[in-house]
Design a protein around this ligand. Sequence first.
Ligand code: GLU
Length: 429
Amino acid sequence: MSDRNVFEDAVTRVERIGLDAGVAPETVDALRQPGALLTADLAVRMDDGSTRHFVAYRCRYNDALGPTKGGIRFHPDVTREEVMALALWMTIKCAVVGLPYGGGKGGVAVDPKGLSRLELERLSRAYMRAMADFVGPDTDIPAPDVYTNARIMGWMADEYEAIHRKKTPAVITGKPILLGGSLGRDEATGRGAFVVIQEYARRVGLEPENTRVAVQGFGNAGYHVARLLQEAGYRIVAVSDSKGGVYADEGFDIESLWEHKQSAGKVEGVYCTGSVCEVVEHRKISNEELLELEVDLLVPAALEGVITTENAGRIRAPLIAEVANGPITAEADSQMRERHITVLPDVLTNAGGVTVSYFEWSQNRQGYAWTLEEVRERLERVLTRAFDGLWHLHQTEKVSIRDAAYAMALRRIGEAIEAEGTRDYFSGD
Ligand code: GLU
């Protein structure tokens, strides 16, 4: 669906913004390719006794600012290029919010919905067995991503600990609470996006009660951001998941919609099975239709490459908050700029997840658990500060918020590379 190879697209963006922002060529050079990439074949025993093979990846993209950090995705469309692009985006994201991390990512090309629970557990453990010397609390720290969750992180942590023969909760984040997970990690991506949207709304005078929202993707992040927006007075008029979507002019009650999805497994068609049916009239829409709705705020919260040059001209929302990673291709992004559509970029908008992952890792290393209030307060502080910095750059340097975010990240990474290195010595300064 994307306009070009997703990885080339990601590198081109770094090159262009690096050049415009006057970043040292060495920094851009360092980000043209991943630092390390491990590919593995996972042989997994199925419940019927047969063995299936799955391709798995883990990429440590750049560690100038700290150990690499990023999720593991289980999805049939996972490719090496996609994992590398996602790892590069993590590198930028961690630098934007000022976390002491580089960027990494992992993935397995698999349809997890087609596996039994035991098969999924064997696959998760096989992944960690393959990666056990490549990840670690001081080298590379995985977390959940598309179609992975706390339970899977728990299996992986347990496998890592069995291999290394010691308790090492800080090797992975997004774990179940009893295994060292952090309170507030499950809602963190959605809450972070909510904080960013509110910061933006405050600056431009956007009023929640006059803001109609469409959310594409009703997984963990999509649900939490929709819930928090609705609580703050925004009207969520459309929601979709991979199976289709629903639209209602007067807005949905997100909690009921979520409960229906949990019990029926999809949004489309099930909304009307319970009591909410009497309260809200709705019509079915496709994912494509949702993106093109005339709303005030569009929230793509599913996968990358959903807004391309093919549909960019038909996007009618004046504001897009990227909760998914990379939902707008680079070429489509230029069209957004030309059409004066404001984009709250993924590397800021969805950074709440990795920020609370950082809190989880810190708590694990401290051996001390924070309260939910503490986690939420700190998350808000981190993202508000990041937003302030980017808004300032956006205003003073007259660049898009995405360009401001990349410029900020590239400068930080550049400074770290320079501080580590011997450039001064060789340049004779
Ligand atoms: N997968 C999430 C992301 O794309 C979270 C990564 C993390 O917590 O390390 O930001």
